[in-house]
Ligand binder design. Structure first.
Ligand SMILES: Nc1nc2c(ncn2[C@@H]2O[C@H](COP(=O)(O)OP(=O)(O)OP(=O)(O)O)[C@@H](O)[C@H]2O)c(=O)[nH]1
Ligand SMILES: [Mg+2]
Length: 345
């Protein structure tokens, strides 16, 4: 399936229906008063977070959403029908911005969440509405108010608990494949991963979601390689797993390159808890491991875990470390039960 994480959509809510000018005209009935009905309200454009979607690909094919106009009021006090709403179904994790791409209109973090993006115009009053003791035959009715039109931008930010970062070829996809049922593409050349992938990881009887994104290289924030646009997908992670390929040169340098890109990207990525792991331990001698670990300790200021995504050694330790942070963050999310405030005699 194709993955699309950005879309531009044009929306228009319905116009309100016009009010009606009409008088009761019936045989043998004198002085039939005004009976023009009100116009119906135009439909709203609404966005709703739904289950079962994980890309914005539908918005590649449909980019215009129009709600229905309200119907005009009619004689005999008939109210015009309201216009039907138009609903944009989006996956959880979508953010909706104004056309400028900066002003946030809606942030969909929960299933079923709904946000009105454009309100339909109100219907106009019919002349029956304007009847009063001094004006018993009003000949005026209001036109319906126009709907709103605007262009919006949808941006999908996957919601994963933990995110994998590292240089291309560090073994990120191999790691994801080893710990979850996800089947990402793995190959010995850089930039194998072109789209973010998610996998559900089970550790110690708990589950969390791990995201694998394309590798970062120096200058990614300026668009080098695949650039840093996929970093948006790990903005909401609670913890990052930084994988470093132990077989490629100085592990400390590799670490710094990725950290520099995270910091250039901003959005709080560098402040996230980070687990550092030296990967491909199966292909290293004990001395090499010692040397790379020492380098990482110097640059990262923490002791790296040593793993092999291929042989599986060290993986339980890494998962446990990730799970610990995820669990802590989840606990922090649970609100304190509200104190008893009801008054009792
Ligand atoms: N020996 C050894 N090789 C590994 C290990 N993990 C990954 N590899 C190899 O490293 C290469 C790159 O692995 P990927 O998982 O595709 O790397 P990646 O970080 O996802 O790379 P990009 O998607 O390009 O950013 C593949 O040939 C893997 O077989 C490991 O633990 N030990
Ligand atoms: Mg990959």
């Amino acid at each position: 399936m194709k993955f699309l994480d950005e879309a531009k959509v044009y929306i228009r809510s319905g116009d309100g229906g016009n009010g009606c000018v009409s008088f009761r005209r019936e045989k043998f009935i004198e002085f039939g008063g005004p009976n023009g009905g009100d116009g119906g309200k135009g439909g709203d454009v609404i966005a709703e977070a739904v289950d079962g979607l994980n890309t914005l690909i539908d918005y590649r094919y449909q980019q215009h959403f129009y709600a229905q106009n309200g119907r005009a009021g009619m004689g005999k006090d008939r109210h015009g029908a309201n216009g039907a709403d138009a609903t944009l179904k989006v996956p959880v994790g979508t953010q909706i911005y104004e056309e400028d791409g900066d002003t946030l209109i809606g942030d969909f973090t929960e299933l079923g969440q709904r946000v009105a993006l454009a309100h339909g115009g109100n219907g106009g009053f019919g002349n029956a509405h304007f009847k009063s003791s001094t004006n018993r035959a009003p000949r005026r009715a209001n036109p319906g108010l126009p709907g709103e039109e605007r262009t919006i931008r949808l941006r999908l930010k996957l919601i994963a608990d933990a995110g994998l970062v590292g240089l291309p070829n560090a073994g990120k996809s191999t790691f994801l494949a080893a710990v979850s049922a996800a089947k990402p593409k793995i190959a010995e050349y850089p930039f194998t991963t072109l789209q973010p992938q998610l996998g559900v990881v089970r550790a110690d009887g708990r589950e969390f979601v791990l995201a694998d994104i394309p590798g970062l290289i120096e200058g990614a924030h300026e668009g080098v390689g695949l650039g840093d646009r996929f970093l948006g997908h790990i903005e909401r992670c609670r913890v990052l797993l930084h994988l470093i390929d132990g077989t490629m040169g100085d592990a400390g340098e590799a670490y710094n390159t990725v950290r520099a890109e995270l910091s250039a990207y901003g959005h709080g990525l560098v402040d996230k808890p980070e687990i550092v792991a030296l990967n491909k331990a199966d292909a290293l001698t004990a001395d090499e491991i010692k040397q790379q670990t020492a380098r990482l300790k110097r640059t990262a200021k923490k002791i790296p875990l040593v793993v092999s995504a291929v042989s599986g050694e060290g993986i339980p330790e890494v998962l446990r470390a990730l799970l610990k942070v995820v669990q802590q963050a989840r606990k922090g999310d649970v609100e304190e039960p509200a104190a008893e405030t009801a008054w009792r005699p």
